[in-house]
Design a binder for this molecule. Structure first.
Ligand SMILES: *Cc1c(COP(=O)(O)O)cnc(C)c1O
Length: 596
């Protein structure tokens, strides 16, 4: 599923840094999902980062990506027969597939110099425009063993390790861009992990005087170049470090500055607040998430740009061929998917049947179990963490059995990794295994190991209904339902995140509840979940297949056409990067110019 926009740098390509002209957007993200074989992402945030860069490359946006090499990856998930998760490192070696960028820069961690190099990956767009992504790497012999491991594990280690990683990302990224000769750069912080880049910029602006002497103009100069996207509607999800740890790692001078300017919050270095303070534009990732974020940070102006997915990356081969036949412009302009309304229903049914067969073949290869092509298949896959409530569907096994026995058969596919330290998430996987065992006589429930981009593509495209049951309002956006929509797969979901915008009942899918249920008691959401399955979805699927196919078609036309990163990046261009109609100055690119 490499799509068109990925691939390691060919050795002979001209160094992108040689054409350093202005202004560029440097997109900083702790995780970026470049492609399935490069394990530098854990979930939605990383996949979004990759999809953003893929769409920006298609749109010829002058952008640069900055992330860490994560040599040990996130992790490879193994589940035993009882659903107990164990992890193995997902090691990879950037030097075997990527080109080294020339500069090696130095970053100060705990008062000592740490050398940082970078590997360059090129994201290639539809017309050949390339966006370089620099994966920062401290595995150099001149660094101490601890420092060498700083860019090894995504979201691993303790607070000290995490803050050191954020120093590498923020300070190291800014130093690298400077060493590459990029002077006119605007900085997009995708989540607060990279917020320390603001302090690196402040140091640059106050060079010779020291950041202590920063004036209001210095701060404004930094602000005028920074953009921040927040992703977490849960207060505990925002990265925070104690003042003592900050003083040890970033040094007493910068920590003193943070304190004297009242940029520490209750004695803590809070990355979200640091980013908010230093950004000229801030946004949440769906309209409701914008509202929630404004409530959380009332002193800041916060807009919203709803997430998307990269259409060509996530549409299955079968659907890609269908769109190529009926709406051939869809690759370069996803808005043309609106005209999927003209695709005959039997063509959509046929393409989906192919995607479903591909998925079931793949499931059989992995598990030995053959699911039925004719049986309504529900999919659920995401990071397994409590607020996602992966096991909500199994709250009433008798009711579910009753639906499958008397209304129509069901089969269910699950996937998702729990963070190694998330015990509650791990227990949730075991509860799903327990439920699968208890239901075995009526409903096949399979939990697939090692959820990643490749599996996500197959699952979202090949199931018949995509289920999502987050605790409101904790799903900032959610993107897997968008991947499903792009493949004509309707969602059955709690009204949260993107689904508040994408849901039209009976047209693009179905809601669980009306979005006003009590937050502490899932009983009414549960009743709605089972009612929708029993009275609406299962009867429709088996009894009125043409009506079901109509829903698939409107799902593509209304939601595929909108919830994509092409639309999203355009919104960033207009609202965040180059507001007020300033030219977006697309990158000149020799490859795309017609030969004169
Ligand atoms: C798309 C994707 C996600 C994000 O899914 P959500 O619906 O936002 O939870 C997580 N992991 C992988 C591997 C994905 O492809």
């Amino acid at each position: 599923m490499r799509g068109v926009s990925s691939g390691p740098a060919p050795a002979a390509s001209p160094p992108d840094e040689a054409r350093a002209e202005a202004p560029r957007i440097a997109y900083f993200s702790m995780e970026i999902g470049l492609e399935p074989s490069i394990p530098t992402y854990s979930g939605g945030l990383g996949v979004l980062s990759g999809d953003t860069l893929r769409a920006a490359a298609d749109l010829r946006v002058p952008m640069i990506g900055i992330t860490l090499a994560h040599r040990q990856g996130y992790f490879e998930q193994h589940l035993d027969a009882a659903g107990v998760q164990t992890e193995r490192p997902a090691a990879w070696q950037p030097e075997t597939v990527l080109e080294a960028a020339a500069p090696v820069v130095t970053v100060t961690v705990e008062g000592r110099p740490v050398r940082v190099r970078a590997w360059r990956y090129l994201v290639r767009g539809l017309t050949g425009h390339e966006i370089p992504v620099y994966l920062l790497d401290t595995a150099l012999p001149e660094n101490s063993p601890w420092d060498r491991a700083l860019t090894d594990t995504l979201y691993g280690g303790d607070r000290r390790y995490r803050l050191a990683q954020e120093i590498i990302l923020g300070f190291g990224g800014v130093a690298l861009l400077q060493a590459l000769g990029h002077s006119d750069v605007h900085f997009h912080m995708n989540e607060g992990h990279s917020a320390l880049l603001t302090l690196a910029l402040l140091e640059q602006h106050t060079q010779g005087r020291g950041p202590d002497a920063a004036t209001a103009e210095d701060i404004e100069a930094v602000r005028s170049r920074c953009i921040f996207t927040t992703h977490t509607p849960v207060p505990a999800g925002h990265d925070e470090f104690t003042k003592d740890l900050a003083a040890t790692l970033i040094g007493p001078e910068l920590t003193g500055l943070l304190e004297s300017r009242h940029w520490l919050v209750e004695g803590h270095l809070n990355m979200t607040l640091l980013a908010l303070h230093f950004s000229r534009y801030v946004n949440g990732v769906a309209m409701r998430h914008g509202e929630v974020s404004r409530d959380m940070f009332p002193q800041h102006e916060i807009s919203a740009i709803t997430n998307g997915v990269h259409a060509v990356t996530w549409a299955s081969a079968a659907l890609q061929e269908l769109y190529d036949r009926f709406v051939p412009e869809w690759r370069t302009d996803n808005l043309y998917l609106r005209y999927a309304m003209g695709i005959p229903l039997h063509e959509i049914e046929r393409a989906h049947a192919r995607a479903k067969r591909d998925l079931l073949d793949h499931v059989e290869q992995r598990t030995g179990a053959r699911l039925e092509e004719t049986v309504l298949t529900i999919g659920f896959a995401r990071r397994t963490t409590p607020y996602k409530r992966a096991d909500l569907l199994f709250a009433d096994l008798d009711r579910l059995r009753m639906i499958a026995r008397y209304i129509g058969p069901l089969q269910i596919l699950y996937a998702g990794k729990a963070h190694p330290q998330d015990q509650a998430g791990k227990q949730m996987i075991q509860r799903i295994f327990d439920a699968a065992g208890a239901l075995a006589d009526t409903i096949r429930v399979l939990y697939l190991e090692n959820y990643d981009m490749a599996l996500a593509q197959r699952l979202c495209a090949g199931v018949d209904v995509w289920l999502n049951t987050p605790n409101r309002p904790q799903e900032a956006s959610g993107t897997s339902g968008m991947k499903a929509a792009l493949n004509g797969v309707p969602s059955l979901s709690v009204l949260d995140g993107w689904w508040l915008e994408g849901h039209i009942e009976g047209v693009t899918g179905w809601s669980i509840g009306d979005g006003h249920e009590p937050l502490t008691d899932p009983a009414s959401e549960l009743a709605s979940l089972y009612d929708k399955l029993e009275r609406v979805i299962v009867p429709l699927y088996y009894g009125r297949p043409t009506a079901f196919a109509e829903i698939m078609r409107t799902t593509i036309a209304l939601n595929g056409a909108f919830f994509n990163t092409q639309r999203m990046v355009r919104q960033y261009l207009v609202n965040a990067y180059f507001p007020g109609g300033q030219s977006a100055r697309p990158q000149p690119d020799a490859a795309a110019r017609p030969a004169a």
